[in-house]
Design a protein around this ligand. Structure first.
Ligand SMILES: *Cc1c(COP(=O)(O)O)cnc(C)c1O
Length: 491
């Protein structure tokens, strides 16, 4: 199956001494056990519709994970039995087509297969000269191409967009104050940094400002229009006021797909302002950036190609298994200026394992890191961007279909325009408590899993369609469940 180019001399050792290796003593037996597990998890995904979307972990399961640290070995088969009875039934539920809470990707069997290879090879993708770095660079080039960046970009896999956004704030800060800020901290500047985002931005932007030492008090939350998009005039006016007050505007964060409603900020207009005002223009594309894979949605992101950096999540619309956050930075050198550090144990050579000018550990705070690039590469390589793009567009169709169905029933009211794949709605004549309990009832029924959010001060039921398995018939089933549970609560 795997090609081995060079025949290496075999080194035979350890045959007669006591072995301290943690490998199986019987490989044939291990092979059989592992194949059995693989079959079970494939069946689990294949038959996901036959199970509840979600169920609360059983008491015995919670008790199972409260046991003391084991000293003795156990048969792998027994451990896997625990996995079958205590893990598989109590997962998050995001594999199921009727999961529509928050923004969760569903994963694919291809991604799962990739994880087997990654875990088997156990690459450390912090650095050194091996193929893992080539694969990651391929993703950098692919995303540069897809997002319309010129050559010279760099990028990095991280856990998720929360981390990618934090890295972007750190890079923007270093570019604004110069590399000396890495040693002196913010006291090297006689002017206070200030950043801008919309009032609908994800909470991790404020957190990134906190972690960066600038403080979230210096994040201006620019007002949005009725569709939840940043108002460019308000942005310009706020920047002008801050300049008058002697502050140093350095960063504007636009959102491509807000977490509440899926709104896309006017990226081209923000790019223009950022360019005039000399600000770092970062896009939080956690939800929406991968819409560039869809022919029908791509144009909505116009302006993203002018950004300085983009955070995105392959684990959401990209359906890559968790976790696969990514940061793309137009000026690859700027990313390196913010993070690279000289260390004796990270010295480079012109050949051997220490070859290579830029390693991922030069581009972010992680040193040891896994092979997230492989599951992303395998997913994109096997499915192609057309097919992924179509599944993305389909989730938006599902959202529009649900919105249309709800509009026809007078007990429901839409709470926000459907920009992408998210539908927020209320039930006429009920209070927040009703909405919260309705959502919890449905979640606990195992029939569907919506979530809620607060819009204009009131709770709304929120359905985000990210799952590539969801169909129109699932939406019909969801509406039936919804009507039934609303009626059960006495409306
Ligand atoms: C999900 C999300 C984030 C955070 O991304 P993680 O991958 O969960 O860290 C940031 N911004 C938006 C708009 C999101 O939807």
């Amino acid at each position: 199956m795997f090609r081995e180019d060079k025949q290496q001399p075999a080194i035979v050792s350890g045959s007669s001494e006591t072995s301290f290796s943690l490998d199986p003593s019987n490989w044939a037996e291990f092979r059989q056990t592992a194949h059995g597990l693989l079959d079970d998890i494939i069946t689990h995904i294949e038959t996901i519709r036959q199970r509840p979307v979600w169920q609360k972990p059983a008491d015995e399961t919670r008790a199972r994970f409260a046991q003391p640290l084991p000293m003795e070995s156990r048969e792998l088969g027994d451990v896997l039995d625990d996995v079958r009875s205590h893990i598989l039934p109590f997962a998050t539920g995001n594999l199921h087509p009727l999961f529509m809470g928050w923004v969760h990707g569903a994963g694919t069997p291809i991604g799962m297969a990739a994880e087997i290879v990654s875990a088997g090879l156990n690459l450390n993708c912090g650095g050194r000269d091996h193929v893992g770095l080539e694969v990651e660079q391929q993703i950098v080039r692919w995303m540069s191409e897809a997002l319309g960046y010129p050559g010279g970009a760099n990028g990095l896999f991280v856990t998720g967009s929360s981390m990618a956004n934090f890295l972007a704030v750190t890079i923007a800060k270093t570019e604004a104050l110069g590399q000396s800020v890495r040693e002196t901290g913010l006291r090297s500047s006689d002017r206070e940094l200030v950043a801008y985002t919309s009032s609908e931005a994800h909470g991790c932007i404020a957190q990134a400002m906190q972690l960066s030492g600038i403080g979230s008090a210096n994040l201006r939350k620019i007002a949005v229009d009725a569709a939840g998009r940043m108002l460019p005039d308000a942005l310009s006016a706020t920047i002008a006021r801050d300049r008058e007050n002697g502050l140093l505007p350095f960063l504007v964060v636009g959102t491509a797909g807000t977490v509440n409603t899926g709104a896309i900020d006017p990226l081209a207009e923000i790019a223009e302002i950022a360019s005039t005002e000399d600000l770092w223009f970062h896009v939080d594309g956690a939800i929406g950036a991968l819409a560039v894979f869809s022919r029908s949605l791509r144009d909505r992101l116009k302006g993203i190609e002018r950004s300085a950096s983009v955070a995105l999540d392959f684990h959401k619309w990209g359906q890559v298994p968790y976790d696969a956050g990514f940061l793309l930075v137009r000026d690859g050198a700027a990313q390196k200026r913010a993070f690279a550090q000289p260390a004796a144990y990270l010295q480079r050579a012109d050949r051997g394992l220490a070859a290579g000018e830029t390693w991922p550990c030069d581009l972010g705070p992680d040193l040891s890191r896994g092979f997230r690039a492989l599951k992303t590469w395998m997913t994109i390589e096997a499915l192609g961007t057309e097919r992924i793009g179509k599944s993305i567009a389909h989730t938006c169709e599902l959202a529009r279909y649900l919105a249309e169905r709800l509009k026809r029933d007078p007990i429901f009211e839409l709470k926000a325009p459907v920009a992408l794949n998210i539908v927020c709605f209320g039930i006429r004549g009920v209070n927040d408590d009703f909405v919260r309990n309705l959502v919890l009832d449905i979640q606990e029924s195992g029939l569907a899993a919506p979530s809620w959010t607060t819009l204009n001060g009131a709770l709304a039921v929120r359905c985000a369609f990210v799952n590539h398995r969801t169909t129109i018939a699932d939406i019909d089933a969801f509406i039936e469940t919804l009507i039934q549970y609303v009626a059960a609560r006495g409306v």
